[in-house]
Design a protein around this ligand. Sequence first.
Ligand code: FE2
Ligand code: FE2
Length: 284
Amino acid sequence: MNDNNLKIIQVSDLHFLKDGETMYGANPVNRFRAFINDVNKNQRNADLVVITGDIAHNGIKESYQLFKEELKRLDLPSVIMIGNHDNREVVKAELSSVTKIDDDGFIQSSIEIKNHKLIFCDTVWDNENINNIHEGYYCLKRFNWLEKEILSFKSNSSIIFMHHNPMNVFMKSMDNYSFNDKDQEIIAKFLDKYSSKIKYLFFGHGHRPLSGKWKNVPYASLRGLLHARELDFDSDVENFKMEEPSYGIIFVNENNLTFHIHDFMNKGKIYEGDENYLGFPNID
Ligand SMILES: [Fe+2]
Ligand SMILES: [Fe+2]
């Protein structure tokens, strides 16, 4: 691959449980192993793997210990972010060797690589005394940090990663758990102001593949490794189903950003360049 092309793997919503436990019939550890096997084999020239949160389903120590053991098998460097199912303090304690903390104690960091700045935001509620808050939060301290990160980079090529969708996406069950109303208003103004310096925004959390543009910033997301959200735009209830687990492959250079979504566990037959292929096959 051209060395000037940045290649980033995004994976999200691992939802680790305790060893051997399953959710919706699937084992999160096995899914993550399959992901690592695939990436180690097929994406060896990637620069970075970004894990956009919900590492553990219940934010417990055992899940992070399990995750840490599995992560050792990944041959590429990685960035670990947290989601609403994670527990920030437990992550800091259990994954201290693989997470970066900002000056205010949030799990936020940035990397400058191949003329781009990648910014990893912590969008999780910050009062440890109240649990089970699933909306996204971004306080003033974090906005100040983000503003500094964007302004301190000379080029206009920042790419932002976060767990939550800050905007609504025309799907009630996702919009109920986007950023809370107040912070959504603030980030809308923030993106309006800095859109010319932000190349793209990636997030997880929704367990659905989608893309769009908000406040002049293009955005995309993808399914997680475990359960997917049912395509139902009107239901207030979160209904999940099993679809193909996927990861994202982001290629970036000065002129282009392309996001591929790979259903890596699909073992469908590959029809290799059939020269006699004249049209559509018979469809049942
Ligand atoms: Fe999730
Ligand atoms: Fe989430």
